[in-house]
Design a protein around this ligand. Structure first.
Ligand SMILES: [Zn+2]
Length: 152
């Protein structure tokens, strides 16, 4: 499913230009003619691994999109990793959390609230970088993520 990882020196634009405006992409999982490829910014990778406590890590983020995609669609539901009986609770929990975020401040990166797909990738960064904090602040999500990634 993944046959190539392309590493760009710095951020790039949505149409893969490394010069000019709108170069704000840190990484992405290819679709269409880029199927099977992952594109990553070297700069973002370094930042992600140099800072272990900021809950941000581009490599984790993009690999989680890839895991999400492995069941056929990138939809924020990792059906390959989640036992069947947990799929519905997972969707409910994500929905609830996204709704709740409209009324309360969340310590989850705001980008995660873009949609369910980004939410899954963003909380995975948090989960792997700051597991203790994540389990304290988001016990239900932590428990579910532990099931997804078989960390228990
Ligand atoms: Zn993403």
């Amino acid at each position: 499913m993944l046959n190539e990882v392309l590493v760009y020196d710095d951020t790039f634009s949505k149409d893969f230009k490394t010069e000019g405006v709108n170069r704000n992409v840190l990484g992405m999982v290819g679709t269409g003619y880029l199927d099977g490829k992952m594109l990553l910014s070297k700069h973002a990778l370094e930042l992600g691994f140099n800072n272990q406590s900021d809950k941000n890590n581009t490599a984790i983020h993009e690999f989680v999109h890839l895991i999400d995609k492995a069941d056929g669609d990138i939809d924020g539901v990792p059906k390959l990793l989640l036992d069947k009986q947990y799929v519905i609770p997972w969707i409910d929990m994500v929905y609830e959390e996204m709704e709740a975020s409209k009324i309360k401040n969340s310590d989850i990166n705001a980008y995660g609230y873009t949609n369910k797909t980004e939410f899954f990738a963003v909380i995975a960064e948090y989960f792997f970088e700051r597991p203790d904090l994540f389990s304290k602040k988001h016990p239900k999500l932590f428990e579910m993520m532990s099931k997804v990634f078989k960390q228990k």
